[in-house]
Design a protein around this ligand. Structure first.
Ligand code: ZN
Length: 422
């Protein structure tokens, strides 16, 4: 069926209460991780909705031995890691397959909420609850978009595979990584609904955590010449790291950052980042400290690569090794992500998003890392991320997470406009 924008506006307006109700049901299931105990429940809730829209649903449970390995790095994980794949392939046509992805887990509620985090509340033009922005709002919008398309007889131009997964928020081996390693992502393109609505995100930074142990020698503090003060020596390391930081952060990517980021920082492109974020050492006031541990992270732009990043880090510390005993460890995380902005797929997403939201949505990159980057490094799929919430207003990962109702309904329109066969 042909449908113009004002007709779609009206249909979605009429469905507003229902999409809010969908979201409220999703928020009610506390899928926070750790522990991540309620995945099966939320998958069971979603399956009937997706079946009604013609999808074949499979529960994909991450094997026990994979979860055991995750538990070595993350404390407090518990329960089955139940993921969902819903596939709809229409016979007779050779339509391209599109993977639509987001995660079902949320970060723990934390303190300082004005409302109950798992009972969604509507106040004015906003909805409050854990996960409304990151990223259950997009799931609710997808259910509604699929239902509207069915009820209005709007044909879909893609075969669809919806991947709703576990454990994204712990930043390790998520359900999506498992999907990628097991050939479960096969779409020609991917839409990542985990993102903000400010721009079409085609690039993310890669992540590497690091740790430096400065070794000294303990002794009585009244005779410090008998020992080596590891904390005082760590200052030399920090000086070297500061110079490295300066060098690293002078670089920038070709990928623009969001207009909001430009407004706040003046920065026009995404940049690499070097942080010293943790320090520990010392035993007692009157003992010369035998060791001092420094930790931090390095976020690297798509134009950099992991090998060079590690090499640069080690080289910066090399001159100190003649006078200090150092142990240096690098822990690479997600790689960077980069889809060519000239890709047809990116333009389609941008066109649909701009039309649905009624404003031009720019192509952007973000300085954080995403599990999608790991996935598309395996699959080579062009991907872009566009979501419901706002990076500046939604308080994702903190108290009073919220979205504008208008952003939620615009996101429903975005999906219909992106998926419909014209
Ligand atoms: Zn997220």
């Amino acid at each position: 069926m042909e449908l113009d924008k004002s007709e779609l506006d009206e249909i979605v307006k009429a469905a507003e209460d229902e999409v809010i109700e969908y979201l409220s049901e999703l928020v009610r299931i506390p899928t926070f991780v750790p522990p991540g105990e309620h995945y099966e429940e939320i998958v069971d809730l979603l399956i009937p909705y997706l079946r009604e829209s013609g999808f074949r649903c499979e529960r994909i449970v991450v094997p026990e031995e994979v979860v055991e390995r995750m538990k070595e790095d993350v404390a407090g994980l518990n329960g089955k890691r139940v993921n969902l794949i819903a596939t709809r392939e229409r016979e007779g046509g050779n339509k391209p397959l599109l993977d639509i992805y987001t995660h079902l887990d949320v970060v723990p509620a934390g303190e300082a909420w004005h409302t109950h985090p798992y009972t969604m509340v509507r106040k004015g033009d906003r909805l409050y609850g854990r996960g409304v922005a990151d990223s259950k709002g997009s799931v609710a919008a997808l259910l509604m978009a699929l239902r509207i398309m069915k009820e209005q007889g709007i044909a879909c131009r893609y075969n669809l595979r919806v991947a709703l997964t576990t454990d994204e928020e712990i930043g390790m081996y998520s359900g999506l990584c498992y999907f990628a390693d097991n050939g479960l992502l096969r779409g020609k393109y991917m839409l990542c609904m985990d993102g903000d609505n400010e721009g079409i995100c085609v690039a993310t930074n890669g992540v590497m955590n690091w740790e430096i142990v400065v070794n000294g020698k303990a002794c009585h503090s009244s005779t410090p010449f008998l020992g080596i003060n590891a904390i005082e020596k760590a200052k030399l390391v920090m000086d070297a790291l500061e110079q490295l930081k300066e060098r690293v952060e002078r670089r920038e990517s070709k990928v623009p950052c969001s207009p909001t980021m430009t407004r706040v920082t003046g920065q026009k492109h995404i940049k690499p980042i070097f942080n010293l974020t943790m320090i520990s050492g010392g035993v007692k006031e009157n003992i010369i400290p035998p060791s001092c541990v420094l930790r931090g992270d390095r976020r690297y732009i798509p134009e950099e690569n992991e090998r060079d990043v590690v090499h640069e880090f080690e080289t910066a510390l090399e001159p100190l090794r003649s006078e200090l005993e150092l142990e240096v460890h690098c822990y690479p995380g997600y790689p960077p992500m980069h889809t060519d902005p000239e890709e047809e797929w990116v333009k389609e997403v941008q066109t649909a998003a701009s039309a649905a939201f009624g404003v031009h949505k720019p192509i952007t990159g973000v300085q954080g890392g995403l599990d999608v980057a790991y996935a598309v490094q395996k699959t080579g799929q062009p991907v872009c991320a566009f979501g419901v919430g706002s990076s500046m207003e939604s308080n994702a990962h903190s108290a009073n997470e919220n979205i504008r109702i208008e952003d939620l309904t615009n996101y429903v329109k975005f999906l219909v406009m992106l998926l419909r066969d014209m």
